[in-house]
Design a binder for this molecule. Sequence first.
Ligand SMILES: NC(=O)C1=CN([C@@H]2O[C@H](COP(=O)(O)OP(=O)(O)OC[C@H]3O[C@@H](n4cnc5c(N)ncnc54)[C@H](OP(=O)(O)O)[C@@H]3O)[C@@H](O)[C@H]2O)C=CC1
Ligand SMILES: O=C(O)C1=N[C@H](C(=O)O)C[C@H](O)C1
Length: 246
Amino acid sequence: MIKVGVLGGRGRVGTEVCRAVEAAADMELVASVDAEESLAPLAAADVVVDFTNPGVVMENLRFLIEHGVHAVVGTSGFEPDRVAQLREWQAATPGSKILIAPNFAIGAVLMMHFAQQAAPFFESVEVVELHHPNKLDAVSGTSYHTAELISEARAKAGTGPSPDATVQELDGARGANVEGVRVHSVRLSGLIAHQEVLLGGSGEVLTIRHDSMNRESFMPGVLLGVRKVAGLGDDLVVGLDPLLGL
Ligand SMILES: NC(=O)C1=CN([C@@H]2O[C@H](COP(=O)(O)OP(=O)(O)OC[C@H]3O[C@@H](n4cnc5c(N)ncnc54)[C@H](OP(=O)(O)O)[C@@H]3O)[C@@H](O)[C@H]2O)C=CC1
Ligand SMILES: O=C(O)C1=N[C@H](C(=O)O)C[C@H](O)C1
């Protein structure tokens, strides 16, 4: 039996995580902690799942590392400096493994993978992410990671920057620039979590789109992470790809 704790258990995704863990035959929910509650009960867990917010997740992870608890992290906001900080804390207090997945939906992982594969073959690439209006961060963690993967693939293949003749623009009109890739954020009632990667070449456009229609869509990936995190080859892994054999 895997003893599981949840950080943010009363949130939109955390509620689904608690439900999924309770329904899993090989897991036991031993703690669920929300804002301004003590983290102490989490020390009894083998694995803690974090779906909180970018402002608090680092302190949560510091606690888990100090207590030798493995972490499966869905919270967004993991730019490279944060990953480096976590590795430093893990080196100082070895024992806990960390899996950070910008998106736990299997289709979203495949979307990112396909975008990375396609990116060198097209002159132009831009990303549009679309989410519910209660989302705290823009750009989304998924779009940030997608842009990183695209940028890396294009650099490796020697593909130049996407052409763009803009010389005059309203602030924000061309979106955020993430490692040379333009990312546009839409916030709209009725949406959950969606992303399009647009790739343009001579006389053709390839669109790779993923839609999460509900938050249950993240649960197969979260449960996979809980089952596999203790056996990760590296102390810290970003992305679900290796767990899916990608
Ligand atoms: N990787 C993935 O597949 C996915 C990632 N996400 C990401 O997960 C995060 C959470 O999203 P969502 O569930 O919509 O957000 P919510 O705001 O609905 O939930 C966040 C929860 O965390 C709680 N919380 C805040 N501070 C703390 C703290 N210090 N310790 C413990 N709990 C705390 C909040 O409590 P309170 O409300 O009382 O402040 C709330 O219950 C976001 O960063 C989002 O981008 C979302 C979906 C999928
Ligand atoms: O806040 C959300 O809802 C989501 N956040 C993650 C992100 O920032 O990419 C994953 C998914 O898009 C849903």
